[in-house]
Design a protein around this ligand. Structure first.
Ligand SMILES: *[C@@H]1O[C@H](CO)[C@@H](O)[C@H](O)[C@H]1NC(C)=O
Ligand SMILES: *[C@@H]1O[C@H](CO)[C@@H](O)[C@H](O)[C@H]1NC(C)=O
Ligand SMILES: *[C@@H]1O[C@H](CO)[C@@H](O)[C@H](O)[C@H]1NC(C)=O
Ligand SMILES: *[C@@H]1O[C@H](CO)[C@@H](O)[C@H](O)[C@H]1NC(C)=O
Length: 209
């Protein structure tokens, strides 16, 4: 007897080179980076009145900026400070980069005018997506990220939101959806929260082919 249920598994493993954007100006921000990936941490806005700020981790001063000029950066070999928009880009993230970063702002009199703590989580398998034909009528796609607090997922197909005509079950905000048989195209699952986000895409084709 021929198997009625075709099984197609496409597993996207560790996605190196994932780039995340993280807003370090929000106190208590949680950001999720991936091993080998890049994190863009926004430290100030472009019209900032902050004259001096520094980023420390475990009392180690990583970055010091004064009047929008880089004074010191102890991980210079794999990072970049972008003065235009106050972004600190860390490349080739390793597990050691995970942890709590303290961003301190100082006014022109040298008084501390603000302090934010940012938690960076480094994940091996930051993002994986799996599609599976459960039958000729149903394709299940799941998207997952390791850890993280209440991540929000969203899906698009060829750049637009999935419609009820395409969804068999699940909803656009869940991490598992079932698609109807005829659905094909460029499926993107995005994961994130207010301060960091990433996306994974996959070309899906009709089950049963
Ligand atoms: C800051 O500038 C860099 C380089 O132009 C750009 O890649 C990055 O997306 C910018 N970040 C923000 C938050 O605008
Ligand atoms: C990235 O970092 C790892 C160690 O964490 C190192 O072995 C590797 O050579 C680095 N890759 C690049 C492109 O710098
Ligand atoms: C970072 O700070 C949070 C909140 O204060 C704390 O729960 C966590 O253990 C800290 N993480 C590290 C690696 O120190
Ligand atoms: C997003 O930000 C709002 C307001 O700052 C906050 O109430 C909410 O919990 C945040 N959501 C996430 C997922 O971080």
């Amino acid at each position: 007897m021929e198997a009625v249920v075709g099984l197609l598994l496409v597993l996207f493993g560790v996605s190196h080179g994932v780039e995340i954007h993280c807003d370090g100006r929000q106190d208590g921000a949680h950001c999720y980076g991936s091993l080998g990936g890049t994190a863009d941490i926004q430290l100030t806005g472009s019209t900032s009145e902050i004259t001096r700020y520094q980023l420390t981790k475990n009392s180690l001063k990583i970055l010091l900026v004064r009047n929008n000029e880089l004074i010191s950066n102890i991980i210079e070999h794999r990072s970049l400070f972008i003065p235009n928009n106050g972004t600190f880009r860390i490349n080739n993230l390793s597990r050691n980069d995970g942890g709590n970063y303290t961003l301190e702002n100082f006014d022109s009199d040298g008084r501390r005018s603000g302090m934010q703590i940012l938690q960076l989580f480094i994940q091996g398998d930051f993002f994986s997506q799996l599609s599976e034909c459960l039958s000729q009528e149903e394709m299940r796609v799941s998207c997952s990220s390791e850890g993280g607090d209440s991540p929000q997922y969203s899906w698009t197909l060829d750049g637009r939101t999935l419609t009820d005509a395409e969804l068999l079950s699940g909803n656009n905000e869940g991490n598992i959806i079932s698609l109807k048989q005829h659905v094909s195209g460029h499926l993107v699952c995005s994961f994130g929260n207010n301060v960091s986000n990433a996306a994974k895409e996959e070309r899906i084709s009709t089950c049963g082919e």
